[in-house]
Design a protein around this ligand. Structure first.
Ligand SMILES: *Cc1c(COP(=O)(O)O)cnc(C)c1O
Length: 452
């Protein structure tokens, strides 16, 4: 095979590749940026341009690209064992990973089931939840509840529990029928409350929904504290406590989708840590391997596990599998991540930096006439752009305001990728103050170019 030195990588890409979450026609104007290498929070393309990755490459890169410690761990593992069937067989990296996770997970979660991406962890959790009730004398519990504007992934089951029109609307005819709870909306709070005087009055919708459907519901899925795809919408921990109480009252499993919020993104190891209560099942991915390998895990309680533990012929086993379950390379990356996080220094530093980040973002953006809301949790900061600040009226989505800003920012070496008209930062935890200064400066200049 000959390697053509002057190959036009972008054109060759477009000849073959159908990119995720993209209108491919957009690539006529903005061809794919072909990344050659990464280091820290930076990506370098094949033309030598440098980009600051303040969205952690879709929220998964936790400790920088090509982190030397994770690199070394994966390199070591690849010469030892690349993969093995995970039914009847096991390996040290998976076992060690569970031991390490036990030290940081919310109380009561102790049985680990491995899958290979976030959506499949959600679906596996839903299946286990349904089957639990089936096997414990509640076969009427066949339904799931989820919040308005939820996002839990893209496969049919995960999409069904989701509620972001952009992804779900078209597919409604082939999705399962899910019970929707009107969730918190703190920026446009219908009760006119703010974070200082809020008592999660909006939980009354959950109360009402449980009264009506609690008896037939197997599980409630929730993105704790932060609805990412909905536009980085943040809500208070008290809401989770109220959901926990309702779930207990109606024997409904609380399924925490911590795929985006886990691993320090909200300032604590897990978002549920802010609430002081535990879910019955937690789903992890993204930060789990530091953004290195596709892997996900759901972790559940002894009680749920026990409902499946019986003689084979009772038919109670959880007969669910993915070929790459528990992949040793992914486990080795995940162990390295926990090794880096275990003494708490990274998270402590990230939390200190988070205060600084929010301050400079507010200083820069708050007074702009189209900045409706600035919301923050951990190092995540989101800026919602609106047409009218007083009425909070959004821009016409056809204007693609966020996308215009995205394109400007790319030209200046900043990878933003807004969610609609919500510009956000969700950087690797290792970002430093100088990098924050630069990111905020560039983002603001781009905002001014599009909305002077
Ligand atoms: C990314 C994400 C998922 C889906 O994970 P995939 O690995 O992309 O399938 C599910 N839930 C949340 C909250 C996510 O952010």
């Amino acid at each position: 095979m000959t390697v053509c030195e002057n190959k036009d990588w972008a054109q060759t890409d477009l000849k073959y590749i159908w990119h995720p979450c993209s209108q491919m026609k957009d690539y006529e104007e903005l061809p794919p940026i072909v990344i050659d290498r990464g280091e820290g929070i930076y990506l370098y393309d094949t033309d030598g341009n440098k980009y600051m990755d303040v969205i952690s490459s879709w929220w998964c890169n936790l400790l920088g690209h090509c982190n030397p410690q994770i690199n070394a761990a994966v390199k070591k593992q690849i010469d030892q064992l690349e993969h093995v069937i995970f039914a009847n067989f096991s390996h040290r990296p998976a076992i060690e990973l569970c031991e390490l996770l036990m030290k940081v997970l919310p109380e009561g979660l102790c049985k680990f089931h491995f899958t290979d991406n976030g959506s499949s962890a959600i679906e596996a959790a839903m299946k286990v939840c349904f089957q639990y009730h089936e096997q414990t004398g509640n076969p009427q519990k066949t339904r799931f509840m989820a919040l308005s504007e939820a996002y839990h992934g893209e496969t049919i089951g995960a999409l069904s529990v989701g509620d972001c029109d952009l992804y779900t609307k078209l597919y409604k005819p082939i999705l399962m029928d899910v019970i929707r709870i009107q969730g918190p909306d703190c920026y446009r709070c219908p009760y006119g409350k703010n974070l200082d005087n809020c008592n999660c009055e909006c939980a009354e919708h959950a109360v009402k929904t449980f009264k009506e459907y609690g008896e037939v519901t197997a599980g409630l899925l929730v993105e704790p504290l932060l609805q990412g795809s909905a536009g980085m919408k943040v809500y208070p921990p008290l809401y989770l406590k109220k959901l926990r109480e309702l779930c207990d009252e109606y024997n409904v499993h609380l399924i925490a989708d911590e795929i985006a919020t886990g691993y320090g993104r909200t300032g604590k190891m897990f978002a549920f840590d802010h609430a002081g209560v535990s879910p019955d099942i937690i789903c992890l991915s993204k930060g789990l391997t530091g953004g290195y390998m596709p892997m996900a895990i759901f972790v559940t309680t002894q009680k749920i596990y026990d409902a499946f533990y019986a003689d084979y012929n009772s038919g109670k086993a959880f007969m669910h599998s993915h070929t790459y379950s528990g992949n040793p390379l992914a486990c080795s990356a995940a162990i390295a991540v926990l090794d880096i996080l275990k003494d708490g220094t990274v998270l402590k530093q990230a939390n200190e930096n988070a205060e600084y980040f929010t301050r400079i973002i507010k200083e820069k953006f708050a007074s702009h006439k189209n900045v409706g809301d600035i919301r923050t949790i951990g190092l995540i900061n989101a800026i919602e752009l609106v047409k009218d600040k007083t009425t909070k009226e959004p821009f016409n989505s056809k204007l693609r305001t966020g996308y215009q800003i995205y394109k400007k920012a790319l030209k200046r070496g900043l990878l933003l990728r807004p969610l609609g008209d919500v510009i956000y930062f969700n950087p690797p935890l290792i970002i430093d103050k100088k990098e924050m200064d630069t990111a905020v400066e560039i983002a603001y200049e781009c905002l001014l170019e599009v909305l002077p």
